[in-house]
Write a protein that binds this ligand. Structure first.
Ligand SMILES: Nc1ncnc2c1ncn2[C@@H]1O[C@H](COP(=O)(O)OP(=O)(O)OP(=O)(O)O)[C@@H](O)[C@H]1O
Ligand SMILES: [Mg+2]
Length: 666
């Protein structure tokens, strides 16, 4: 490991192992590098890799970090190292400690879609009346409570709290957890069972957290519990890049850290190693419009660089087309690869037109996140079958495929089965075999249900005995899934595409099964992994190769690209309309800051003069963020510069406090 690859501040952060460390610094200043080098340093100092865990927020970031560590130390010494997302670590804890939580081995993980469906199910049978339109808000609230470490009995007498209680009870009955439980349940477990906590503390002796600014309260608790009083951890973050307030992330956690760990060492980094001077200047100028904790004195040794281009397009179709054309032209002039380019946008729905334009120009691309693979109905169907094979009590999966393909188990039957199961506090699957069911359903319906359940049980048994993939393929054959797809498709092409998705899923499954071989219950491990990938960031493993990256600003955090297009810079899009309505622009500004600071060499911003909204073409106003950039560094293409407008700044208590702390720290 080469400490020489670090500047003095980074080196200090790496070598400080006896106190908790917080590195707080702007984008591109080498925070993630501190983490990867520190992992290598700790191992060199004699701490076995299996005692170290580095946590990030996305699978992609975790994969990248693993790779970077791999370049620093040889593979053997890195064996057993945990580099994962918070949620993957939580899942690992749950899988190992499920008994202590009263759960069975085959856990199901619900995504936000499943959560809403389950709430609908609960609301339908609840004595209290819930308006269907309110359910998404209730679902959101339940998520916020979980992120804020508010338990059902502490949620007060809010209508959502009633649902929260029943929801948690149902999850348990179904042997399921939702995304937020992956953090919440380990925290509860550790609080209630000190001996289990001790075991984990002994295993994970040093923790490192990247993007610390985006941790929520529950994650913070998990961190504190795991590191215990010794506070053996290093966290790195940038308050200007906090972009998950809606998921409960709290910059207050930076303050909290200082309060809870009096020996905390705070280290700031000031040299940027990513971007040209001009890009850095633009980023600094933009973020200066937010109330500030400390003046960022980021500087770069790289040249000042090309002007930042601003392209005005007639409408979103022109934007997509011309961006693709510009990219091709740019690449032709500069040389380089497609993978040097990223197109970043605020919302997933913006991706579609860019995809189409890139395809038309034969530019290879990789779409990260969004409406993707796992959202296709056929993929969800097959995954639901897989979920049922490892956990028959997974009601969401049961409801999805009990009648897919059709086996005359209609909505009325499922409805009656559902309310019966709810009364009895058992899963749908279990309810099918209860004697009492004869009081609500006729014999034929019960026969059909039991036939379905028997079938699943039989497949599950065989799948566990070996040759799992073949058993699953045979199951799809037996239920006639392919014919079902053919019948349901609008045309042959659509059918082919859907069937191909199923084939892709099976290929993927085969790979994961291979990886899991040798462990106990490979099918179980594989399906859980598949579900987590699905829930976490919905990316497929296809990003390798020479492709342009298409992704949201949220997904781009922590990454860097030589050339970045930041598109859709309009009021209503960036900043997003909901934030404008709530007069809460700061988080949007941070998002924009994240976007700009992804760029290493060139940055191109664009906006449309018109855009279709709810089927109508409406005039657009260029984003206020364009006005906040240093106008002398912008090169306007297709339109003249914007008039300067007034800027306003607002204070924020937590940030103020942090400022004081940082000043104290020097
Ligand atoms: N001391 C250094 N010498 C040379 N290059 C460095 C040094 N530190 C970091 N870099 C490089 O600078 C770039 C940015 O580093 P890194 O990704 O660690 O920054 P970061 O602070 O984590 O950024 P972000 O806030 O966007 O996550 C990377 O390409 C990294 O390899
Ligand atoms: Mg980073």
């Amino acid at each position: 490991m080469k400490l020489a690859e670090l500047n003095p501040q980074q080196r200090a952060a790496v070598k400080a192992v006896d106190t908790p460390v917080l590195v707080i610094a702007g984008a591109g200043s080498g925070k993630t590098r501190v983490i990867t080098h520190k992992i290598a340093y700790l191992i060199e100092q004699g701490l076995a890799a299996r005692h170290i865990a580095a946590l990030t927020f996305t699978n992609k970031a975790a994969r990248e970090m693993k790779q970077r560590v791999g370049q620093l130390i040889d593979g053997n010494r890195a064996k057993g190292l945990t580099v994962s997302t918070f949620h993957a670590l939580g899942l690992d804890i749950l899988r190992r400690e499920h008994k202590a939580l009263g759960l069975k081995p085959g856990l199901s993980i619900l995504d936000s879609h499943d959560r809403l469906n389950l709430l609908k199910e609960i609301a339908a049978h609840h004595e209290q009346h819930f308006h269907p339109d309110d359910l998404p808000a209730h679902a959101h609230k339940i998520g916020s409570w979980k992120n804020d470490f508010v338990l059902p009995e502490e949620a007060g007498d809010d209508p959502a709290a009633l649902l929260y209680r029943d929801y948690q009870r149902c999850l348990k009955a179904y042997n399921a957890v939702d995304f937020d439980d992956l953090i919440l349940l380990p925290v509860l477990l550790f609080q209630n069972r000190p001996e289990i906590l001790e075991k984990w503390q002994a295993r994970l002796r040093y923790l490192l957290v990247d993007e610390y600014q985006d941790t929520n309260r529950t994650q913070y608790r998990l961190l504190c519990l795991l590191t215990g009083k010794l506070g053996r951890f290093t966290v790195v973050g940038d308050d200007d890049q906090s972009i998950y307030a809606w998921r409960g992330a709290q910059p207050e956690n930076l303050v909290q850290l200082h309060r809870d760990f009096s020996r905390l060492e705070i280290i700031k980094l000031e040299q940027n190693y990513r971007s040209t001077g001009r890009i850095l200047k633009a980023a600094n100028r933009l973020i200066a419009n937010n109330p500030h904790v400390f003046e960022k004195k980021l500087w770069s040794r790289y040249g000042f660089g090309d002007p930042i281009r601003v392209l005005a397009h007639e409408d979103e179709f022109a934007e997509a087309r011309q961006t693709a054309a510009d990219l091709l032209h740019h690449k032709f002039r500069k040389g380089g690869r497609f993978s040097d380019y990223a197109i970043l946008y605020r919302s997933n729905h913006q991706a579609r037109l860019f995809e189409r334009a890139l395809r038309e120009q034969r530019i290879p691309y990789f779409l990260s996140g969004g409406q993707s693979f796992f959202n296709h109905a056929e993929v969800k169907d097959v995954v639901a079958y897989l979920r049922l094979l490892v956990n028959p009590d997974d009601d969401i999966a049961f409801l999805r495929v009990a009648n897919t393909p059709r086996r005359e188990i209609g909505p009325a039957t499922l409805e009656k089965l559902g309310s019966y199961a709810q009364r009895r506090h058992v899963s749908l699957f279990a309810a099918c075999y209860e004697m009492g069911l004869t009081q609500v359903l006729d014999g034929k319906a019960i026969d059909r249900l039991q036939h379905f359940c028997d079938f699943l049980g039989d497949v599950a048994d065989r799948a566990k005995r070996g040759d799992t993939l073949a058993v699953i393929e045979e199951m799809l054959e037996t239920i006639g899934y392919r014919d079902h797809l053919r019948d349901a498709a609008a045309n042959p092409k659509q059918f082919e595409r859907r069937w191909e998705n199923v084939r892709d899923l099976l290929d993927w499954l085969a790979r994961l099964l291979e990886e899991a071989e040798g462990g106990d219950d490979p099918l179980n491990a594989t399906v859980t992994k598949l579900m987590l990938l699905d829930v976490l960031d919905r990316t497929r493993d296809e990003e390798a190769g020479d492709r342009v990256t298409l992704m949201t600003l949220h997904a781009a955090k922590g990454l860097e690209f030589p050339h970045v297009y930041l598109v859709g810079m309009e009021e209503g899009l960036l900043p997003h309309q909901t934030s404008i309505d709530l007069d809460d622009i700061e988080e949007e500004r941070r998002l924009c800051y994240v976007g700009i600071t992804r760029a290493q060499k060139t940055l191109t911003l664009s906006y449309c003069q018109k855009r279709r909204r709810y089927g109508e073409m409406v005039d657009c106003t260029p984003s206020r963020f364009l006005e906040e950039l240093p106008q002398e560094d912008l090169e306007w293409v297709g339109k003249s510069a914007l008039p300067e407008t007034e800027k306003k700044a607002r204070g924020q208590a937590a940030l103020q406090q942090l400022k004081a702390i940082l000043q104290e720290a020097g």
